[in-house]
Each structure stands twice: as structure tokens, then as C-alpha cells.
Write a protein that binds this ligand. Sequence first.
Ligand SMILES: Nc1ncnc2c1ncn2[C@@H]1O[C@H](COP(=O)(O)OP(=O)(O)OP(=O)(O)O)[C@@H](O)[C@H]1O
Length: 596
Amino acid sequence: MKHLSRLNKYFLKYKWWIIPGSIFVVISNIFGVVPAQVIGYAVDLITENVHVYNLFSGFNRQEIVYDIFSSNLLYFGLLVVLLYILRGLFLFFMRQTIILMSRHIEFDMKNDIYQHYQKLSLGFYRRNNTGDLMNRATEDVNRVRMYVGPAIMYTINTFVLSVLIIWSMFDVNSKLAIYCLLPLPFLVIIIYYVNTLIFKKSGKIQERLSDLSSFVQERFSGIRIIKSYVREDYTRNMFEIQSNEYKKDSMSLVKVSALFYPTMLLLIGLSTILTIYIGGMQVINGNITAGNIAEFIIYITQLTFPVTMLGWVTSLVQRAAASQKRINEFLDIPPDIQSKSNDETEINGHIRFENVSFTYPDTGIQALKNVSFEIKSGEFVAIIGKTGSGKSTMANLMMRMYDVEQGQITVDGQPIKALNLKNYRGQIGFVPQEVFLFSDTIKNNIAFGLDQVTDDEVFDAAKNASVYHNIIDFDEKFETMLGERGITLSGGQKQRVSIARALIKSPKILIFDDCLSAVDTKTEEDILQNLGKIMQGRITILIAHRISTIKNADKILVLDDGKIIEQGTHNELLSLNGAYTDLYNNQLLEEETKGI
Ligand SMILES: Nc1ncnc2c1ncn2[C@@H]1O[C@H](COP(=O)(O)OP(=O)(O)OP(=O)(O)O)[C@@H](O)[C@H]1O
């Protein structure tokens, strides 16, 4: 239960929903119990009046007795209807306050979780899979909502209704009340156990279902591979196996549910039989009237609901506590990267790495070892090296996606940790190695980094990224949808849209992480030429594999196994006759072989 105490702040926020809501629960229950008493009176009235009516048999007055009798009955009937209407009205108010409050809390929780997720570092996203993140923000929140709404509402309801009914029962006849209530504790226990079983089983079914949907989603995303490797039959068999597991669990749930309602009805029936039997004896003894038996039967029927709810609510609370625990686990993770400053400063972009070493916390792989270099403002710097040598890691550290454990990174002479992170990252344009575009229009994808943007700015960015002509060839032009419901761009087109997205920001620092690999050499040259113009006086960092891409850089850093083994201009590096020269000669040879 301590996990659920995290929700108190929401209860406090919505106190003006829960307080009137609870009052409505009490009122609606009063209007629910009173009709039983009215019906009890009515039944007694019928027995008495039938008796009186028979006494006047053969007299003219019998008709007058009949009229009084029927108008009295009508009056009772109308009263019962009125009481039930009032009960319904307050039930409506109850739901309008408490259930609505639960929806508000659900909304707030989802927003709080989403906001917190966004603050967490890349390491967090590596450690936890997306499915789990989504489940905690949706499925678990939904279970908690069942606690803040229905569970609380039914708890108050059950408590008030049970007190009112039991009190009314004992008021009429305590012996009969005890006999009537005797089977009910068993009903509570049975319902509690059956509900826990049902929840366990449905939880398992839920897991199976999400496994099944992940399986289907992944296989359809990779349908090209399945078809080209002719693995349709194999995949269908795998689907059947998973589907069968789901079916087995579902069937076992059906068995439990099928037992649930008959058992419940049996115990309620037992209560009713006891009421009629014991009640009948009490009537014979003259302790109670026949109307009281009718009243008791209505009470039992009314008690069924709260008793059923008791078992259900207990399982709901248990499930909500387990879900809230899972939610708290993530909410309690502090963001690894903290920004302490709020200063909004424009950076020049003088970056220095001073003896920087970095090990990825999850894998323990040391990606950078004692790296030192400097990028002055306005410089075009290239990073080249074998795969896995630490190039992307360097880009990540420049954007402060991770904090370094040894050495330090400074920007304009200030430690990177002292900068206002939002303000700093806002001035960087990053094009990642693996392009990611949203399922949105091309225009919105390009404009993603800015709050407000004109069409001309989008067009210019597309022109500078040499993708403008491709886009205007599409029927919908810049309004063309990408992703699942839209068109699929070619690898090179995707890279260029991603470049346009970075360029439109007019960043102070532009980082290209090997994002020209799918672009032909002519287009690459055009882009680089455009960059030369746009990025004058700003920093451009280009990670690449082709020497032809980077030979004009002001400085080239050659990385190997996390260390900078050479640095200088193209000519300086060639004169060293080292790793860079080897790479250059190899690539030259490759070009020549291609030409033959
Ligand atoms: N997020 C991560 N978590 C753990 N280890 C990582 C992570 N990213 C990279 N590594 C590891 O760090 C090392 C350097 O990787 P990095 O991506 O910086 O290399 P790279 O030079 O950019 O390679 P490539 O040219 O193939 O993109 C590799 O051994 C890699 O396995």
C-alpha cells in the first residue's frame, strides 16, 4: 500500500471532486435502502387490506375499501419509483465526480510519466525496452486509475450500503439478520480468491497478447526478409505456437469465470432460502410480519452487489499497488544528465576535449581513451576511423548525451556540465547515423527542431540538403506523408531530409554522423559546398568513412580503438605517412579498381 501513497498529491489536488463524490455515494445509498422498507410496508398493507376487503364481502362498502386500497398501493408504488429516481440521480452525480476525477488523475499521471521519461538519459533507454516503457505509462496507469476511481467509489459504496442494510436488518429482527448474513463472509472469501485467480490469469493472457502483437509487428516489419528467405511457413508455425499459448490461457480463464457466477448465485440463493425459512417461523411466532420477509429479500439482493465488490475491490487495490510500484521505479530514477544553469547564452562553439576517457556504463566498453583535441569556432573538423573506433561516441559526448568520467569537455572555456543543457543543445544541429523520420509530412519532419517556421525556410533547408527536387516530384510535395501511412523514401532521400532538419536550425555547431554514406558523390559535393556557405563562422563536425568527403577539412582526427592516433589537415596527415595515408591509398586503389 505504501506505493499507492504516491497518489496522495493527486487526491489533494482533486479534493473538491472526491469530497462531494463521497457525499453523493452516501445519499444515493440512503435512497437505495429506503424503498425496501416502503415495499415491506406495502406488503403488510396488502395482507391487512385483503383481510378487511374479505370482511366486507357482500356489502356495498366493499368497493369503497377496494378504491382506498388501490389508491394506497398506487401511492406506495409512486413513492418507490420516486426514491429509485433519486437514487439514480445521485448515482449519476457520484460517477460524474469520482470517475471523472480518476480520468483527470490518469491524464496527470500519464503526463508526469511522459515528462519524466523525456528527462532520462540515453542509457536508460538502452537498459529498458520500449514495450516495458509503454506498458508502465499505459497499462499500469490504467490499473492505478481503477484504484483511484472505481475501487475508491465502490469501497465507500460498499461500506455505506452494508452499514445501512445491516443496521436496518438488525432493527427489524436480529435473529433473522444473523441467519441471512451467515453465508455472506464465505461469499466474500470465495470472490476474493476467484478474483485474484482471474486477475492472475488475465495478466498472463495480457502478457501473451503483447508477446503475440510484438511478434506480429516485428514479422510484418521484416516481411521483406521473410519473403526473400522464403520463411513464410516457418514464421506461420511460430505464430501458431504463440497463438496456441494464448488460446490455452484464455480457455483456462473461461473455466474459472464460468464457475464464478454459479457459486455466487448459489450462496445468495442459500441466504434467500434461510431468510424465507427462518423468517416464516418468526412470522408464525408473531415476531415479524410477512412484509418484513419481503424487505429482507430485497436487502439480500442489495447486499450481493457490495459483497461482490469487496472481493473485486481488494484485487483491484492489490493490482494497483503492484502497478504503482512499477511506475515509481521509473519515476524514482533521477536523470543522469542534470542541467544546473538557466543562462540563455549564445555559444561561439570553441570545443575542447581534455584527456577525455569514456566507458559505456551498460556494457563496460571503453569507447574513448584519454582523448584531447580542440575545435575552434568556425572550423570544419572531420573524424575518421575504423568502425567501432569511437566516432559516434565523440559526437554523443559533444552533445552531452553522457557525462565523461575522466578528463573534461569545455565549450567556450566553460565545462560542458555548467551550461544550460536545453540552450546548448538548441544550438546544435545533429544528423545521426541511423536516420529517424517521424510518420508525419516531409515539411513537419524538416521543421521538427523549430517552433515556428515559414515555408521558405523549409524550402531553403531542403535545397541546401539537395533534396528539394526529389520532394517537389512527389504529388503532395512537402505535404507528402512519410512512414507507415505514407510513402517510403530511399535511403539517400531519408538522409538528406534528416540533413535539412538539422540545417533549418542554423545551428552554431553542426554534427554529421556518417550521414552521407547513402548519398552519391555528386550530391555529396553539392551538400558540402552548401555547408561551406551556411556554416561560415560556425563549427561543422563531419564523421565519415570516405576521405574524398573530408579532405578539405581544417582538421582531421584519425581515431583508432578509442584513441586519436593522428590529427592535422589532409596534406599534413599524408606527409606523416601513417594510418591516414594507408587509408587514403586503400581508398584510392578501390576507386581505381572500380574504374577498370
Ligand atoms: N550506447 C552504447 N552502449 C554501450 N556500448 C556502446 C554504445 N554505443 C557504442 N558502444 C560501443 O562503443 C564502441 C564505440 O562505438 P561508436 O559507435 O562510437 O563507434 P563508431 O566509430 O561510431 O563506429 P561506426 O563507424 O561503426 O559507427 C563500440 O565498441 C560500441 O560497441
